[in-house]
Design a protein around this ligand. Structure first.
Ligand SMILES: [Zn+2]
Length: 120
């Protein structure tokens, strides 16, 4: 089940500022509930999704986390699907399995992750 999103990205700067003003960010005692609160705030407040769209997107992310055994948190990033989506790593056109997929293969995702980690 894919969550469709209709967000306009990037969000307007004012919406981003409002998000950072409202998000829960105390490091001590930061709970999963706080994380959900922030996700909803980001998706609805900043990205302009409806609450039901945001809830569907978050549910899909939680399902993906269950699939990977919770080893890797899945970010809920609404992506405006282009008519010709391309892999962010290798640039090949591909059909995303999920709305927010940005890489055609796990290899590409891992390569991108390594590049980020090495400061590239
Ligand atoms: Zn690729």
């Amino acid at each position: 089940m894919n969550a469709r999103s209709t967000a306009v990205l990037p969000p307007p700067p004012a919406a981003v500022a409002a998000y950072f003003a409202q998000r829960r960010s105390s490091l001590a005692g930061f709970t999963p509930e706080d994380a959900r609160h922030n996700e909803m705030l980001w998706l609805v407040g900043a990205c302009g999704l409806s609450e039901s769209e945001a809830a569907a997107l978050m549910a899909s992310a939680r399902a993906l986390e269950a699939e990977n055994g919770g080893s890797e948190p899945v970010a809920v990033v609404p992506v405006v699907q282009s008519p010709d989506p391309r892999c962010n790593a290798c640039g090949q056109p591909f059909q995303p399995r999920r709305e927010w997929s940005r890489y055609c293969k796990v290899n590409c995702k891992q390569r991108a992750k390594r590049a980020r980690r090495s400061g590239g």
